[in-house]
Ligand binder design. Structure first.
Ligand SMILES: Cc1cc2nc3c(=O)[nH]c(=O)nc-3n(C[C@H](O)[C@H](O)[C@H](O)COP(=O)(O)OP(=O)(O)OC[C@H]3O[C@@H](n4cnc5c(N)ncnc54)[C@H](O)[C@@H]3O)c2cc1C
Length: 359
């Protein structure tokens, strides 16, 4: 019998899990309370990296996530969501430079690629940067990092899954009997019998878990992103400058992120654009075109929650921050486990039970 799996949430995680389940032969229904890609995955900086992520198991999971993006993009002709264009980062104070040096030393120890550049070398990569905004040297360069366009990726994965996608209809009930989830109920009244469910509800994952009687502790935070109109400036990669983070956002737009995550009011957005203009004077008179506020889905200890729940073995989690980096790889592991494949100890550090076990 073909298993029927309901994937709750159609962000990067839900789409990745659904595509992997479908590839493995499951019958998949993806349900989203709103629109696919309309949650955090539509309001993210989506920098693919494992830059300073601890502990080692989490670093390795992120590196595997970066590899999975590389593999998928190489396998799909004309894929347009993955941009492995590297990341530049520098510091404005001695203290910040010391932390950057420690971070670079740490990732080099883990075998991750990182280099130090001079100002001239950084300008070879980003010729439109104002030379006066850069230090003489001490500019860190991480060439295997980059960014993804999550909604393009979600579109590809859902199309590839060929799954039934239910939009604008929230999961409001999970009927549990005999130690398993038997039925999923939606706000429209739609009901379906299930063999398994996967909680990919991002920042709302705890609420979905609660429907099955599970308590997932989360400490979500909000982040503000500012989008410019199309500007004729050569920004080719992710840039982490002291007062603004930025990257291209397609169609000539730039996506800006304030490292301090200031409130999303008009004045704050103007200050973020000013910080970007100080780096790239070619931004000219452009002002903020839009402001997006995203909610980071962060389990209480900061690490992902992935895989089967021991006390409810057909309920699975796929929830984390850094989901733009992790979801393809982590979602694939979760899907494999849903269908009974042995994933070894790949998910061991990320299991839900770390929150329920009394130490
Ligand atoms: C400002 C900011 C910057 C970030 N920067 C990075 C970065 O640089 N690199 C990186 O890797 N990650 C980054 N992240 C994190 C990353 O974006 C998230 O981890 C990822 O998008 C989460 O995807 P998701 O699929 O879990 O959640 P979402 O995209 O939120 O998808 C969950 C979906 O579930 C649906 N849903 C919720 N409740 C229900 C319900 N009851 N029934 C049905 N559907 C439901 C929602 O409508 C939503 O569409 C950033 C996040 C933010 C906010």
């Amino acid at each position: 019998m073909v298993a029927h799996v309901v994937v709750i949430g159609a962000g990067v995680y839900g789409a990745a899990v659904a595509a992997s389940l479908a590839r493995r032969g499951a019958r998949v229904t993806v349900v989203d309370a709103a629109e696919p890609g309309g949650g955090t995955s539509g309001a993210t900086f989506s920098w693919t990296n494992s830059c300073g992520k601890q502990p080692r198991t989490y670093h390795d999971l992120n590196v595997a996530g970066m590899r999975a993006h590389r593999r998928l993009a190489a396998a799909v002709p004309h894929s347009d969501w993955y941009h492995e264009t590297g990341n530049l980062e520098w510091a404005a104070t001695d203290t910040a430079l010391a932390s950057l040096r420690a971070k670079v030393d740490g990732v080099l120890d883990y075998g991750y690629e990182a280099h130090w550049l001079t100002r001239a070398e950084a300008l070879d990569l980003e010729p439109d940067l104002d030379p006066a905004a850069l230090p003489d040297d001490g500019i860190a360069w991480f060439p295997r990092e980059g960014w993804v366009a999550p909604t393009r990726l979600i579109g590809h994965l859902l199309a590839r899954a060929g799954a039934q996608v239910v939009r604008g209809d929230a999961v409001t009930g999970l009927e549990v009997a005999g130690g398993a989830v038997r039925t999923v109920r939606l706000s429209s009244g739609w009901r379906a019998a299930v063999d398994a469910v996967v909680d990919c509800a991002g920042p709302r994952a705890a609420r979905v878990a609660e429907l099955a009687g599970l308590a997932l502790p989360m400490r979500n935070t909000r982040g503000v992103l500012v989008c410019t109109p199309p500007v004729a400036v050569a920004v080719g990669r992710v840039v982490h400058a002291p007062h603004v983070h930025l990257r291209p956002d397609g169609g000539g737009r730039l996506l800006l992120h304030d490292p301090e995550d200031v409130a999303a009011d008009g004045g704050a957005a103007t200050a973020v654009v000013e910080a970007a203009r100080a780096l790239y004077p070619g931004i000219g008179a452009a002002t903020a075109e839009s402001v997006r506020v995203g909610e980071r889905p962060i389990p209480e200890d900061g690490l992902p929650v992935l895989g089967r729940v021991v006390e409810l073995p057909n309920f699975h989690f796929a929830v984390s921050h850094s989901g733009a980096t992790l979801s393809l790889h982590a979602g694939d592991l979760v899907a494999a486990e849903v269908l009974g494949e042995d994933v070894g100890d790949a998910l061991a550090p990320f299991r839900f039970e770390r929150f329920t076990t009394v130490h």
